[in-house]
Design a protein around this ligand. Structure first.
Ligand SMILES: O=P(O)(O)OC[C@H]1O[C@@H](O)[C@H](O)[C@@H](O)[C@@H]1O
Length: 258
């Protein structure tokens, strides 16, 4: 059988019905395209726990170690390095100076790059299948990230060529774009794809990210729950996701988005 022609109704039929009217898709990178959110989270934990041991908060309740699921999702995930460091330290009662925030962020950066060099990262197979199906259907696809490592991560995982545009943390800083939960990174990506937000979908695993998709007025905001935590899906919905999936393969025809 011949493969369907790109952009034809047959190629669109490979997508789940809720994606068939969408003209472009903008995907977050860490935790959506590549399995690197866990590497960020582990590096943050080591850096924050070392800081908390050296500077134990007076309030005993605030001395507990960084929680890989709850603290990561609530304060750090989806945000730039400096915004994430500042938000977590504030949550433990530190009115931190720029210097302190920079020092903890630098520590995390060192740990993250060590891990990356040692273990590398992979793309999620379900995401690669969906992105290929979108391209066959003539739907342009962009990658977005608060991280300055996004281009390198996508390259390592061998998927950089699948994206028509990339807006990463380095570019956001150059262009002066505010980070998530502001929608500017996603809006810039949609602009580069030539599609208005109200005809495009955002796919995100971070609470700040689904909130950014909602604030940007995107036609569809898909939350991705990789944690299988008891209330992650519900929190993603509360912050602005229209639906939540565990894997992007669920957005192909025959998948079962919840
Ligand atoms: O890789 P960088 O530039 O330090 O970016 C940091 C942030 O990038 C985001 O994509 C991640 O969700 C955060 O967990 C991470 O802290």
């Amino acid at each position: 059988m011949n493969a369907p022609v790109a952009g034809s109704p047959a190629s669109r039929a490979a997508l789940a019905p809720l994606l068939r009217d969408v003209r472009a898709v903008v995907l977050d990178t860490d935790g959506v395209i590549t399995d690197s959110a866990r590497v960020h989270a582990a590096a943050w934990k080591t850096a924050f726990d070392a800081f908390l041991r050296e500077h134990p908060p007076e309030n005993l309740d605030l001395r507990r170690p960084f929680d890989l699921q709850d603290d990561y999702l609530r304060y750090v995930d989806g945000k730039s390095r400096i915004d994430g460091a500042a938000a977590f330290l504030a949550s433990r009662g530190f009115a931190s100076s720029d210097e302190t925030v920079q020092a903890v962020a630098a520590d995390k950066e060192r740990l993250f790059t060590e891990q990356l060099r040692e273990h590398g990262v992979d793309a999620y197979p379900g995401t690669v299948r969906l992105v290929r199906a979108l391209r066959r259907a003539g739907v342009p696809v962009a990658a977005v990230s608060a991280s300055r490592h996004a281009r390198e991560l996508l390259g390592h995982a061998g998927v950089l060529d699948l994206f028509d545009a990339l807006v990463d943390g380095g570019e956001a800083a150059q262009l002066g774009l505010p980070g998530k939960p502001q929608p500017d990174l996603f809006l810039e990506a949609a602009r580069r794809l030539g599609v208005p937000a109200d005809r495009a979908a955002v796919v995100e695993d971070a609470l700040a990210g689904v909130e950014a998709g909602r604030r940007g007025g995107f036609a569809l905001v898909v939350g991705v729950d990789r944690t299988a935590g008891p209330d992650t899906a519900e929190r993603l919905l509360r912050h602005g996701a229209d639906i939540v999936v565990r894997d992007l393969g669920e957005l192909l025809a025959g998948g079962t988005p919840t």
